[in-house]
Ligand binder design. Sequence first.
Ligand SMILES: N[C@@H]1[C@@H](O)[C@H](O)[C@@H](COP(=O)(O)O)O[C@@H]1O
Length: 251
Amino acid sequence: MRVIQVNDYAEMSQKAAEMISEQVRKKPDSVLGLATGETMLGTYAALVNEHQQHNTSYRDVRTFNLDEYIGLDATHPNSYRYYMNERLFRFLDIPLAQTYIPNGCAPLLEEECARYERLIEQCGGIDLQLLGIGQNGHIGFNEPNTSFASTTHVVQLSESTRKANARFFPSADAVPTHAITMGIATIMKSKQIILLVSGKRKAWAVSHLLEGEVTPAVPASILKAHPNVIVIADTEALSHVSQEKRKVHRP
Ligand SMILES: N[C@@H]1[C@@H](O)[C@H](O)[C@@H](COP(=O)(O)O)O[C@@H]1O
């Protein structure tokens, strides 16, 4: 695991956008794994900027998002489909049919999970997966104590995650109780992973990731076992981590 320490959110976002654009220029038919949340907003804005300035084309790219709330459709402003369309896809030249997000309104949710997992495989797997991290160390919506062997599945969101995400909803009760998420094994199959972390809110999760043991109690800790992970973290997110560990980590 390689750690890149940056000063702040803006620098983290710029760095991540540069790495994603580079991947797409190197391999124009890349399969990108995408994430949502506040962490990604700056990266997507920087990516749009880069696309407009340098004409990097996304025509042949396919994208798979990590997760989606159950019960919110594409027109709901809090659905991750809405977020992705509004924040990123509408500014790029990517055909929407090449952007995949689990359908949280599918009548048969288990089948939807299996379909999604199959689709990722049929596209040749994810070349570059972008990840954020929850305050409790979750990745995607894989809450603490999810099996490391899990594939795309339906999850019940923990109260702490619902509370953390309530800031985007009109009220805490409006946050859905369930979601579909890529599993931990799905995420770990990606060829490369970039984890973005910003702010004091995430300091505990980052310090466990870099200095704690690998345990299902902190889902992100499994990333230590992946051969190609880059963590881009700002000074506040790294504030609980020793200077030594901030430099370079290899599995
Ligand atoms: N499912 C998403 C995660 O993929 C994301 O990493 C996390 C952190 O979000 P934020 O970036 O808003 O802190 O929130 C949600 O739970």
